[in-house]
Design a protein around this ligand. Structure first.
Ligand code: ADP
Ligand code: MG
Length: 310
């Protein structure tokens, strides 16, 4: 049992059996993934990639075909009770007990997990997700965003060290998304390991320390967010020169460069191979002054497109 990882997955496969007209589907293929304790981990991939399947296997809602899964060191096959107790899951679909108040919902959930009355954190959890003033309102009167936050609180009733959120911000507006990000960060600061799935690159980039990219059931990249971004070797810098010119002069042919408009030069380069300084020198050596410079930074979208194109 390692102490470093909150979640350990090795050789995980899931094949959904054929049913009706739907053919057999390999939703996860040889997935190996270790998720560090204390991190905010993003599982990023397009729709149908296998994200929910993986999450639901962790939560014991989908039965894996083969492979090993452990949460907080507890093997899912050998010790399912502890393995499930270590994790709280906020599902992708919002399903709802409209007739209970948020406080009642949490009490019920705590009861299901066998949390003794004296150890329940109902008000504390509602406070945490900003729903204390709604504790005794009917849940059906809550807005969509409030419902999601209530689901977060429900996933935490048994104080699991790991919270998993499946597409927490799919279809919610930007303001609510930021609110949810704030809640996630706050929980993480309190020591909860967070795993979230998303198909929003921006979300993964903004929130996650580490990211695994999953496509067609396979993990095709897993690295720190910083390293993934650093992998992008295609940067662009654009110079505006001090006067009009024809064609790209010979001295600049060593670079990957094209003429843009009357006074513009666009350089494409790999930061590890070439420096902007060398480009500036070459332009000046060719007898031009530079009046403006702009660069395009790569973002996760570029990495994602590059990786999934294969
Ligand atoms: P994601 O959450 O990344 O969108 P899912 O894990 O939901 O992806 O789905 C992965 C693949 O498995 C998809 O092709 C989906 O159609 C299929 N799938 C998901 N659930 C089932 C199921 N219960 N039965 C059969 N196929 C399924
Ligand atoms: Mg999903």
């Amino acid at each position: 049992m390692t102490q470093e990882y909150a979640i350990e997955i090795s050789g995980l496969n899931k094949t959904y059996k054929a049913s009706g007209r739907a053919p057999e589907k390999q939703a996860l293929i040889d997935v190996d993934l270790n998720i560090k304790k204390g991190s905010i981990f993003g599982l990023l991939g397009p729709n149908g990639a296998g994200k929910s399947t993986l999450i639901n296997i962790l939560g014991g809602l989908v039965i894996k075909t083969s492979g090993r899964v452990a949460t907080w060191g507890y093997d899912l096959d050998r010790d399912i009770r502890n393995a499930k107790a270590a994790i709280g899951i906020v599902p992708q679909e919002i399903f709802f007990d409209a007739f209970f108040t948020p406080a009642q919902s949490l009490e019920l959930m705590a009861g299901l997990y066998g949390v003794p009355k004296a150890e329940r954190r109902t008000m504390e959890l509602l406070e945490m997700v900003g729903l204390a003033d709604k504790a005794h309102s009917y849940s059906r009167s809550l807005s969509g965003g409030m419902k999601r936050r209530l689901l977060m609180a429900k996933a935490m009733v048994h104080s699991p060290p790991i919270l998993v959120l499946d597409e927490p911000t799919a279809g919610v507006d930007i303001e609510l998304r930021r609110q949810l990000w704030k809640n996630v960060r706050m929980l993480n600061e309190q020591g909860v390991t967070i795993v979230l799935t998303t198909h929003y690159l921006e979300e993964a980039q903004e929130l996650c320390d580490e990211i695994a990219i999953i496509n067609h059931g396979r993990v095709i990249a897993h690295d720190t967010t910083r390293n993934l971004l650093g992998r992008m070797e295609n940067k662009e810098v654009r110079f505006t020169l001090d006067r009009d010119f024809d064609g790209v002069s010979e001295a600049l042919q060593a670079f990957c460069v094209e003429k843009i408009g009357k006074r513009g030069l666009l350089f494409r380069y790999a930061p590890s191979q070439q420096s902007v300084g060398a480009m500036i020198e070459a332009v000046q050596a060719a007898g031009f002054g530079i009046v403006d410079v702009s660069t395009t930074e790569s973002d996760l979208e570029d990495v994602f497109l590059q990786l999934t194109a294969a």
